[in-house]
Design a protein around this ligand. Structure first.
Ligand SMILES: [Zn+2]
Length: 633
């Protein structure tokens, strides 16, 4: 769905003969269903269906604590996963991990959107059947999520039979409620976008603004969803629930779309075979909205359960958070809530639209040859670096840029230097002077010490940031603990006090315990973002994997490390990224570099100054990396 609806605009078209047929039995629902806050912020599963839903006996099903349900879009399998989808999934995973640390039951849903004309065409181009094609690509997503430490709970494929059952039931419910009607229409269709285009948005010669290819005139009769009937409810929804769309600047966008007037939209295709048949018309298949969006609900079903809508809804609906790219905001913040209202279901609590990624300041694209391959990035730099960079560097919600210089600069400075070096030098000193054993409880070591208070404040700041989806700021607060630790070490210089022996040596050993306690807290507080790295830190502190897996946010409280705890053999937890150079050349370049004026860390400006006219131009391909290395020291 993510790519499938990219750049989509309102799919309302020229209705030739709207033959809206209302079922009088359901008129009271249409007229009577006004958005009610309790529907929206339903605190128990049992309230998931409104009173007009067909089966009130549902209230008895699954009365447990409401889980935190969060979703990524279901990714469209027309092509293998790219960095944009990886970014959404990494962010969702960090949020899921944080919620689990709070002790919440989390259901993290992701999956693949597998129907449509483009999929059938992509399969034919590969010489395979659509289902083989979908198997291959959805598997590629699963593999990438494993490599990226994305620990989802549910992976839903829209070709899953249980999903098909839910789609048909949902469609039939909305149809019975009188919000689906059949109408002829004709318009200009872009095959690549898989949708009709509004003439106003086309370029000259009716070219699609996304694909730059001429749209073909098509005419077919389709089923429409009566979105326009929900104008008032949607206006109220965003007015009464300002948190429904986040960040807040995206809410303004949604409000202006609604204000501009909502048009009914087409929800079926007559010309597409690869899809779920429309229940009341087998000649048509259901189009993306009434298919992929329902994956958020069908995913909730257990595999062994008899699939039905009520069972799925009672397993955790409504979602707490839909995490999406900003390109599909309209469909999640307008179409989807209206569809849910039409089916009498509760609305998700929040739709969060994040920004896009650029590379070196430019929009990425296959034609430009400047895409970022997430697989390649993980192979080269490791999963922690990739996750940390995108979550720390991109302010969540806004657009963000990737450049290799910036990437290496950030992860080396924060993960290798601030955290990794601090840990290894502290453990080295403890090994040398205390046989790697903590001489005192961390709570006692820090009595009356302002450093402890500083750490407590920072970790609380990180918590508040995570809660508010300010992931970058959460990272910043945690790294600040590392910075404070480095300052503390340099100021107290325990290595020199050990040499003095007696009380000085005792104070020095307390200093080491204090730093290691701070590292323990970092290992928990940063674990939503860089779980593998944090496990390595935790293991260095003499803890087992089971202990790490059992931690929760309350363990960030000062005082976890106790006297007698034996630390592991010091091993670097994060290898500094050094791009390979050839030794002899490197020496020459460094000699040459000492004559250069000082430049800012990671500065691209310097690199550009070195281009051909430079005396050392023949070293250039390697110099680019070496300059960086030198500047970072
Ligand atoms: Zn197009």
């Amino acid at each position: 769905m993510a790519t499938r609806v990219h750049y989509s605009l309102q799919n309302g078209l020229w209705l030739l003969s709207p033959s809206s047929s209302f079922n009088p039995r359901f008129n009271f629902i249409r007229n009577g269903l006004r958005f009610r806050p309790n529907l929206f912020t339903s605190s128990s599963n049992s309230a998931a269906l409104c009173s007009c839903a067909p089966n009130p006996s549902l209230t008895t099903i699954k009365q447990q604590e409401k889980p935190f349900v969060l979703t990524t879009p279901l990714y469209y399998v027309n092509a293998p996963p790219h960095m944009g989808s990886a970014y959404t999934s990494i962010a969702a995973d960090a949020i899921a991990r944080f919620q689990r640390l709070l002790g919440k039951k989390v259901i993290f849903i992701t999956g693949t959107d597998e129907h449509g004309e483009k999929i059938a065409a992509a399969a034919t181009a590969r010489g395979s059947s659509p289902s083989e094609h979908c198997d291959t690509i959805s598997q590629a997503y699963k593999i990438l999520w494993r490599e990226l430490d994305v620990a989802y709970d549910k992976f839903i494929r829209t070709t899953d039979p249980k999903h098909e059952t839910i789609v048909k039931e949902f469609y039939s419910t909305v149809l019975a409620n009188g919000d689906i009607y059949r109408a002829d229409y004709e318009g200009l269709y872009c095959v690549n976008c898989e949708e009709y285009k509004d003439e106003k948005e086309l370029l000259d010669n009716n070219r699609c603004p996304v694909h730059l290819k001429p749209c073909a005139s098509r005419k077919e009769d389709n089923y429409f969803f009566a979105l326009s009937k929900y104008q008032k409810q949607l206006e109220e929804l965003v007015l009464l629930n300002p948190d429904f769309v986040q960040p807040s600047y995206r809410l303004n966008e949604v409000q202006s779309w609604i204000r501009a007037g909502l048009k009914d939209f087409s929800i079926s295709r007559a010309s597409v075979d690869w899809g779920i048949p429309v229940p009341n018309d087998k000649k048509q298949t259901i189009y993306v909205w009434f298919d992929a969006l329902l994956g958020y609900i069908s995913a909730l079903l257990e595999d062994k359960e008899q699939p039905n809508l009520q069972m799925a809804v009672s397993s955790g609906w409504p979602a707490s958070l839909h995490l999406i790219g900003k390109d599909i905001l309209r469909f999640h913040a307008i179409y989807w809530p209206a569809m849910l209202m039409a089916a009498g279901l509760s609305l998700p609590k929040t739709v969060f639209g994040h920004g896009f990624l650029t590379k070196d300041g430019m929009k990425m694209g296959k034609s430009l040859g400047n895409t970022i391959e997430p697989n390649e990035l993980v192979q080269r730099f490791g999963v922690d670096a990739v996750r940390y960079f995108f979550l720390r560097e991109v302010e969540f919600g806004s657009d963000g840029d990737y450049s290799e210089d910036r990437f290496i600069s950030i992860v080396n400075a924060h993960l290798a230097n601030t955290i990794g070096n601090l840990l290894s030098r502290t453990l080295g000193l403890l090994k040398k002077n205390c046989q790697s054993t903590l001489p005192v409880d961390s709570a006692i070591a820090a009595e009356g010490n302002a450093f402890k208070e500083n750490v407590e404040n920072l970790v609380e700041k990180a918590r508040i940031c995570y809660v508010n989806l300010l992931i970058s700021s959460a990272c910043e607060a945690v790294i600040e603990i590392g910075n404070a630790g480095n300052i503390y070490m340099d100021k107290h210089a325990p290595w020199s006090h050990f040499k003095q022996g007696g009380a000085a040596s005792e104070a020095a050993s307390k200093d080491l315990v204090i730093i290691l306690e701070a590292m323990r807290i970092i290992a928990i507080a940063l674990s939503p973002v860089a779980p593998s790295l944090c496990w390595r830190i935790y293991s260095q502190l003499g803890h087992s994997k089971d202990q790490f897996n059992a931690v929760n946010w309350s363990d960030t409280k000062w005082g976890g490390l106790k006297a007698g705890q034996v630390m592991a053999q010091p091993t670097p937890v994060f290898a500094r990224i050094e791009l390979k150079t050839q030794g002899r050349m490197k020496a020459k370049q460094q000699q040459w570099l000492t004559r250069l004026p000082k430049a800012k860390e990671g500065s691209l400006g310097l690199k550009l100054q070195l281009k051909p006219s430079c005396a050392a131009a023949h070293y250039l391909p390697i110099i680019e990396f070496d300059i960086f290395t030198v500047l970072c020291h």
